[in-house]
Write a new protein. Structure first.
Ligand code: KG4
Length: 340
């Protein structure tokens, strides 16, 4: 009999549900929350309320699109954390209730594990392009900047991570402070395409090992713009493309330096990327280029699987389910990675 898994993701500001049958995706529905746009960042309480409004229609739509009845489901996979506690509570409570009412197992998933396994989302009729184990995943999003060594679907180790801001935060905060819009990543990515990446240089961090830091480069950009604006108030307007291109190049350089170091240290040349920032066109081009130069096998997930989605939670949950893992109904969500 087929294993049909419903995945539920609600860790931040996207409510998502997906259905997979024996590892193949049948549906993946995402409701993005527009309510945060006016605030220039995700407002946790508003996110929880929007999840409450979205969760039933999103799950119903995922089941309808998949052509699956609730009674056909084998198990329910859900994001237990890390993320915003109120948001996680909505998905976790919904998953528990459904599991109880259908009398089927519940399987908890670490959100980060979903991201690192995004390349394993299979689709009927599409070629399979999956990294072999062990591989390195550069996980870059609004909340994470990590290098993860993945030894099997269920074994992963964070070998480098940011000691302060995440790279997505650097994109978002700088864009907000410069009045360019939210979320900052896509805006800066778009403007960077029209600018000169070598025009300006910003301070790069010197952090030992494989860890990252992005707060210094963010401050470096903001102070630079502030000083230039004091002399010429039209500086930002006249130079925003070059500023974005140079800033983005600096972030990509920082990410790649440590990824290259991690590959050399571990001897691993299977490289994937994940998380919202992996949608960045400059980063994708650069990883492809470095990959060719360094004989890496690079795997770039499709854009729709780079940001938060339940398909990756369902696939990670499927592996946990196959390994016999079952989550008790008294499970509570956790906001921090360390508490998982
Ligand atoms: O994985 P994700 O959807 O969830 C969070 O961790 O919140 O990532 C969102 C992040 C935001 O910081 C956003 O600015 C960034 O991904 N992002 C991008 C691009 N598209 C989204 N950053 C750079 N370039 C992009 N094209």
């Amino acid at each position: 009999m087929a294993d049909i898994i419903l995945g539920i993701e609600s860790s931040c500001d996207d409510t998502s549900a997906a259905v997979i049958r024996d590892g193949y995706l049948l549906s993946n529905v995402i409701a993005s929350q527009q309510v945060h746009k006016d605030y220039g960042g995700v407002v946790p309480e508003l996110a929880s309320r929007a999840h409450e409004l979205n969760i039933v229609p999103v799950v119903s739509e995922a089941l309808r699109k998949a052509g699956v009845k609730p009674s056909d489901l084998t198990a329910i996979a859900f994001t237990r954390g890390p993320g915003l506690l109120g948001s996680l509570l909505v998905g976790t409570s919904f998953a528990k209730s459904l599991s109880l009412s259908l009398d089927i197992p519940l399987v908890m998933v670490n959100h980060l594990q979903g991201h690192v396994l995004a390349n394993f989302i299979r689709e009927e009729g599409k070629p399979v392009h999956e990294p072999s184990f062990p591989y390195l995943c550069l996980l870059v999003s609004g909340g994470n900047s990590q290098i993860v060594k993945v030894s099997s679907p269920l074994e992963y180790e964070i070998i480098g991570q940011t000691i302060d801001d995440a790279v997505g935060e650097a994109f978002d905060k700088c864009s907000k402070m410069l009045g360019l819009g939210y979320p900052g990543g896509p805006v800066i990515d778009r403007l960077a395409k029209e600018g000169d990446p070598l025009r300006f240089t910003f301070a790069k961090p010197h952090i030992p090992g494989l860890d990252y830091s992005f707060s210094g480069v963010k401050t470096s950009l903001l102070y630079f713009v502030r000083d230039e604006m004091a002399a010429d108030p039209s500086f930002l307007d006249n130079n925003k493309e070059d500023l974005c291109a140079s800033f983005q190049k600096t972030l990509i350089d920082i990410l790649l330096d440590k990824l290259i170091k991690a590959s050399k240290q571990t001897g691993i040349r299977e490289i994937t990327i994940g998380g919202g920032v992996s949608a960045n066109s400059g980063l994708r081009d650069r990883i492809t280029l470095e990959g060719k130069k360094r004989h890496w096998n690079t795997y770039l997930p499709e854009f729709r699987y780079t940001t938060d989605n339940a398909a990756m939670i369902a696939i990670a949950g499927y592996y946990h389910y196959l390994a016999g893992e079952r989550t008790p109904l008294d499970v509570a969500p956790v906001s921090r990675m360390a508490d998982f």
